[in-house]
Design a protein around this ligand. Structure first.
Ligand SMILES: Nc1nc2c(c(=O)[nH]1)N[C@H]1C(S)=C(S)[C@@H](COP(=O)(O)O)O[C@H]1N2
Ligand SMILES: [Mo]
Length: 316
C-alpha cells in the first residue's frame, strides 16, 4: 500500500515543510550507520578507477551554453538523490555506495542481452565531453560539462529487436547502503523510461563523469542519464539495468504521483506544475533568475519527436 508523505522535492524550496526536515534527519541517522559499516570494508573493494584515463575527454563543441558553467562547489553539494535522503545534502550518505565492481545489464528486446562491467562498456563507447543545461522540476537549474557517450551508441551495440518501443532504466537496489530504500512507501528501485526515438536522439547522453573527472557518487556514479530537454527527474542516476521493452515503463515519480510527474516531462515555461509556476529558474551557485525556455532551449533537437503527440501530457 502506498502511504502518502510529503516529499521535499515536490515542494518549492521556499515552502519546504518542517515534516520533510524530520524525515531527512531520520534518513541521515540511518545513513550514518551505513557509512560506519563501509569503513570496515577492505580497501580494495573500491579500487582504483580503471576509467580514470578517459578524463579529460575531448569537448564536442556542438553543444554550447547560453550561460556560465555552474561552479562545481555548488552543483556537487546540492543534489536530488532520494536513495540517500530527501534533503539536498546527500554527499556524506552517498559515500557508502560502492561503484566498483559495477555491472550493467542490457536486456529485454535486444539481439544480444549482456551483462557488462562499467569498464568494458565504456571502453566500447565514443566518449566525449558536452556542456548541458539541467532543469529540475523544482525550478532550480545548472549548467555542467558531462563526460560520457550518446545512448545511441549503446543501442547500436545492443541491437534492439523490431518490437522494442521503449527503453527502461533502473538504479541499483540495496537498502543496506541506501537508507532511502528502507522507506518502503517509495516504489524502489528508481526507474525511468524513454521512447526508443528519444533514447536514440542526438542529445540523449549517458554520463560517467562531470567537470573532467569521474562522477561523484551524489551525482549518480558510475553511470547516469542526461536528457537536458526534460525535467531533471528523468535523468536517472547510478544505472545498473537498461531494458528494451514493448510497453511504456512506469517511472518512479509517475508511480507516486502521475498527475504531477508524468512520463514525458518535457520542460515548458507555459505549463505550470500543479503547485507552482515553471516560468523562471534559479541557477545554482548564484542568485540569478532566468526565464525558462521551451524544451530547456533544446527544441531544435527534439521538438519533432512530439509531432502528432499533441494529445498527450507532454509537459508534465
Ligand atoms: N536514482 C535517482 N536518480 C535521480 C534522482 C533520484 O532521487 N534518484 N533524482 C532526480 C532529480 S529530481 C534530479 S533534479 C537530478 C539531480 O541531479 P544532480 O543531483 O546531479 O543535480 O537527478 C535525478 N536522478
Ligand atoms: Mo529534480
Amino acid at each position: 500500500m502506498l502511504i502518502r508523505r510529503p516529499r521535499g522535492w515536490e515542494i518549492p524550496e521556499s515552502q519546504a515543510t518542517p515534516e520533510s526536515v524530520v524525515l531527512d534527519r531520520r534518513s541521515l541517522l540511518a545513513g550514518a550507520g551505513a557509512v560506519l559499516s563501509t569503513a570496515t570494508m577492505p580497501a580494495y573493494a573500491q579500487g582504483p578507477d580503471l576509467l580514470a584515463g578517459i578524463y579529460p575527454a575531448k569537448r564536442n563543441e556542438r553543444f554550447a551554453l547560453d550561460r556560465p558553467v555552474t561552479p562545481e562547489a555548488a552543483s556537487t553539494t546540492y543534489n536530488n538523490y532520494y536513495e540517500f535522503g530527501s534533503s539536498k545534502s546527500v554527499v556524506a550518505a552517498a559515500k557508502s555506495l560502492q561503484t566498483r565492481p559495477w555491472t550493467v545489464t542490457i536486456d529485454g528486446l535486444v539481439e544480444k542481452p549482456i551483462q557488462v562491467s562499467i569498464e568494458d562498456l565504456v571502453r566500447q563507447m565514443p566518449v566525449e565531453e558536452r556542456l548541458y543545461r539541467h532543469r529540475c522540476v523544482e525550478a532550480w537549474a545548472m549548467a555542467v560539462p558531462w563526460t560520457g557517450f550518446p545512448m545511441k551508441a549503446l543501442l547500436d551495440m545492443a541491437k534492439p529487436l523490431s518490437g522494442a518501443k521503449y527503453v527502461r532504466m533502473q538504479t541499483f537496489q540495496n537498502p543496506k547502503v541506501a537508507p532511502g530504500q528502507r522507506q518502503t512507501w517509495y516504489p524502489w528501485p528508481y526507474t525511468e523510461g524513454l521512447t526508443i526515438e528519444e533514447a536514440a536522439n542526438d542529445l540523449t547522453f549517458l554520463a560517467t563523469g562531470v567537470y573532467g573527472k569521474p562522477l561523484p557518487n551524489q551525482m549518480g556514479a558510475p553511470l547516469r542519464l542526461a536528457v537536458p530537454w526534460k525535467y531533471g527527474f528523468k535523468s536517472i542516476k547510478s544505472i545498473d539495468r537498461i531494458t528494451l521493452a514493448a510497453e511504456r515503463p512506469k517511472s518512479f515519480w509517475e508511480a507516486l504521483q502521475a498527475e504531477e510527474y508524468g512520463f514525458w516531462a518535457n520542460v515548458n515555461p507555459e505549463v505550470p506544475h500543479p503547485r507552482w509556476s515553471q516560468a523562471t529558474e534559479r541557477m545554482l551557485g548564484t542568485d540569478e533568475m532566468r526565464p525558462t525556455l521551451p524544451f530547456n532551449g533544446y527544441g531544435e533537437y527534439v521538438a519533432e519527436l512530439y509531432k502528432g503527440k499533441e494529445g498527450e501530457k507532454l509537459y508534465l
